[in-house]
Write a protein that binds this ligand. Structure first.
Ligand code: PGA
Length: 307
């Protein structure tokens, strides 16, 4: 098989198809007609010598060969993007783009950090994508962004992750709750309370379940919700307790709308990480943002230690 006949255009069309999963949406994104998309993909498949997509029911799926080609496309276009940025960097950090995928829970503070960064580099165009842990890891797998902010990087030698801020997970209840004000509540006692859990795929949910599991317990999940905000409202509405990142409840704890429970083994002391695949060629903008986060972490550690 000689891939030299594959054109960059065909690869771009296939890359976009792999992201959108639909010929119509790919055509829209690239300002082409659907038949033009199908022809480009067909020609690429002929060059590869194997089908790249298959239609099962209404959905289009990548074949095993298609997935390998799609991964290569991400590398190629990632490299082209960083080439553009490297060239732009020759003129300093005056232009360029930065795409960051952040975990839902980090959306309580990362946008402010990005805001400070953009004030220093007004020419950089920033895109931010918010999703739960599973979604952010899928984006990393597909190499869709420059950096990924998450609470628990996957345990893989293929990924580099640097901690930049503490992430404490605390148990929260409404102020008149029977356990509010009680000292050293045992996990066993806590497990008897109705628990309001984040959705499956959430890092917060995973950490909370691990906490209970360490004592051989499972939380009695009363409700599952896909947002920290909805969980806070449900706690305030006396529907149960939860374990959440402190950064999501700082305002409510300060105003007294919610209270922190004193539970043995809590808070869970975790970190926020800036991660990316180890072999990723980071753009100058991404390198600058990572350095900005590391610098922030050092300044905050120094001020916490009074040095
Ligand atoms: P989540 O992630 O928003 O998916 O719960 C938070 C975390 O990983 O700590």
């Amino acid at each position: 098989m000689s891939l030299h006949h594959a054109t960059l255009r065909q690869l771009k069309v296939f890359d976009t198809l792999a992201i959108h999963g639909s010929v119509v949406r790919t055509a829209e994104a690239l300002h082409l007609t659907p038949p033009a998309v199908s022809i480009q993909v067909k020609q690429l498949a002929e060059t590869v010598g194997q089908p790249l997509v298959e239609q099962i029911g209404k959905r289009l799926h990548l074949t095993a060969h298609g997935r390998v080609v799609a991964r290569a496309c991400r590398d190629i276009f990632g490299r082209i993007e960083s080439l553009g940025q490297e060239l732009a960097a020759l003129q300093g950090l005056e232009s360029g783009s930065l795409s960051v995928a952040i975990i839902t829970t980090a959306s309580y503070f990362v946008p402010r950090l990005l805001g400070d960064f953009c004030e220093d580099h007004p020419g950089i165009a920033v895109a931010m994508h918010v999703g739960n842990r599973e979604t952010v890891l899928e984006r990393m797998e597909r190499n869709e962004d420059d950096l990924y902010i998450l609470g628990q990087p996957p345990d893989s030698a293929q990924i580099t992750a640097a901690p930049f801020a503490p992430n404490l997970l605390v148990a929260v209840a409404y102020p008149g709750h029977a356990l509010a004000g009680e000292a050293r509540i045992s996990p066993k006692r806590l497990a008897r309370e109705p628990f309001i859990a984040r959705e499956l795929g959430s890092g917060t949910r995973r950490a909370a379940e691990e906490f209970y599991a360490e004592s051989g317990l499972v939380p009695s999940i009363r409700m599952e919700l896909g947002s920290n905000e909805a969980i806070k409202q449900s706690i305030a509405g006396h529907l149960g307790i939860s374990i959440l990142s402190e950064s999501t409840v700082r305002g409510e704890l300060a105003s007294g709308e919610l209270v922190r429970l004193d539970v043995e083994g809590l808070p869970l002391r975790r970190q926020w990480y800036a991660a990316c695949p180890k072999n990723k060629m980071l753009s100058p903008a991404a390198k600058a943002f990572r350095a900005f986060l590391e610098n922030r972490a050092q300044v905050e550690t120094r001020s916490a230690n009074g040095t």
